[in-house]
Design a binder for this molecule. Structure first.
Ligand code: AMP
Ligand code: TRP
Length: 342
């Protein structure tokens, strides 16, 4: 398999994003909010996608679980449509420049600025500052380094990452101003419709691996029958009318969002076609759409996981492409801050 190298790639703007290998399977929020856009953007951009295993280390997973989930994440990204022929798909820890640039950016980050980042702030508000690790504190700065190394135009993510993107832009600007223009200011690429997929049992919160109950989250590798059942038992709102109204009817609106994203039909078209029918009809049909979507995805992922050596080879090739770009950026940075060349 050949990889595009920066020198022979057409001059397309770059996209970059990462995902943490923190569970055995991605969920519908990850897919619809973020990785589906990754697949689409491959067509028009020069793509860099990575598995954020350094970020995933912070809560202290078992080593063999972290390793397994890293490979499972890679298999899922490829099964979703990330094409290693077109995209550099790689593992964060294989590119040491991520950690190296983090230090430089840490020296530009205010303590108060880091403390205001929601993940750290929420955890220390709940459990006290002593409960949070320094890794959680500096997490967003590692993320800024992940991004800035590749000078991407866009970073496709869900809404919950907006604050991290803002910090990234601030740090890029600060560096450019203090030293010399080095970093491109990346734009978040957040699709309004699917920026926040809600929990199926509690549509007041986002679907998430840490807060959702098992019935509230659809994982991509669940048995499709289980996923269908979760859709059929999703909480719907009072009344019986099918209407897109995220304020008054968050449950039904969330189902319409998922339905529209998976089927390609517009929400208006769906609302019109369910006119006069109850929630049961909508949920039954969406359950079928979900089964049709996840069944081949799951089969492809399991097939890819049958050949781990090949997966690791693909990741190594991705790391080679990433490394060329990352090392060139870091060399510029080291030069500009005044580090003596080796
Ligand atoms: P994570 O699992 O935290 O690494 O998230 C991976 C990507 O999925 C990030 O871009 C998140 O913003 C996105 N994401 C996670 N949960 C949701 C959700 N419920 N709705 C939309 N996007 C999400
Ligand atoms: N923090 C992101 C999340 O939880 C994952 C991530 C790490 C990331 N580095 C990144 C996303 C760089 C985009 C760009 O989803």
């Amino acid at each position: 398999m050949s990889q595009q190298t920066p020198t022979d790639a057409p001059a397309r703007p770059r996209v970059l994003s990462g995902i943490q290998p923190t569970s055995d399977s991605f969920h519908f929020g990850n897919y619809l909010g973020a990785t589906r856009q990754w697949v689409d953007l491959q067509e028009t951009h020069q793509p860099f996608f990575f598995i954020a295993n350094m970020h995933a280390l912070e809560p202290g997973p078992e080593p063999k679980v972290l390793r397994e989930r890293t490979l499972r994440s890679a298999a899922q990204l490829i099964a979703m449509g990330i094409d290693p022929e077109r995209s550099a798909i790689f593992v964060q820890s294989q590119i040491p420049e991520h950690a190296e640039l983090t230090w430089v950016l840490e020296c530009l980050t205010g303590f108060g600025e880091a403390r205001r980042m929601t993940q750290f702030k929420d955890k220390s508000a709940k459990e006290g500052e002593g409960a949070a690790s320094v890794g959680l504190f500096t997490y967003p700065i590692l993320q800024a380094a992940d991004i800035l190394l590749y000078r991407p135009a866009y970073v496709p993510v869900g809404e919950d990452q907006r604050q991290h993107l803002e910090l990234t832009r601030d740090l890029a600007q600060r560096f450019n101003h203090r030293y010399k223009k080095t970093f491109r200011l990346p734009e978040p690429y957040i699709l309004k419709e699917t920026a926040k997929i809600l929990d199926l049992q509690n549509p007041a919160i986002k679907m998430s691996k840490s807060n959702s109950s098992p019935g509230g989250i659809i994982t991509m590798l669940d048995d499709p029958k289980v996923s269908a059942k979760k859709i059929r038992s999703a909480v719907t709102d009072s009344g019986s009318e099918i209407r897109f109204d995220p304020e008054e009817k968050p449950g039904v609106s969330n189902l319409l969002t998922i339905y529209s994203a998976l089927s390609g039909r517009s929400v208006e078209d769906l609302v019109a076609s369910y006119d006069g029918q109850g929630y049961g009809a909508l949920k039954g049909d969406l359950a079928d759409v979900v089964v049709e979507f996840v069944t081949p995805f799951r089969d492809r992922t399991l097939d890819l996981l049958d050949d781990r050596a090949e997966l690791q080879r693909v990741l190594r090739a991705g790391a080679e492409t990433a490394s060329e770009v990352a090392s060139a950026t870091l060399a510029d940075v080291y030069d500009r801050v005044g580090f003596v060349a080796g």
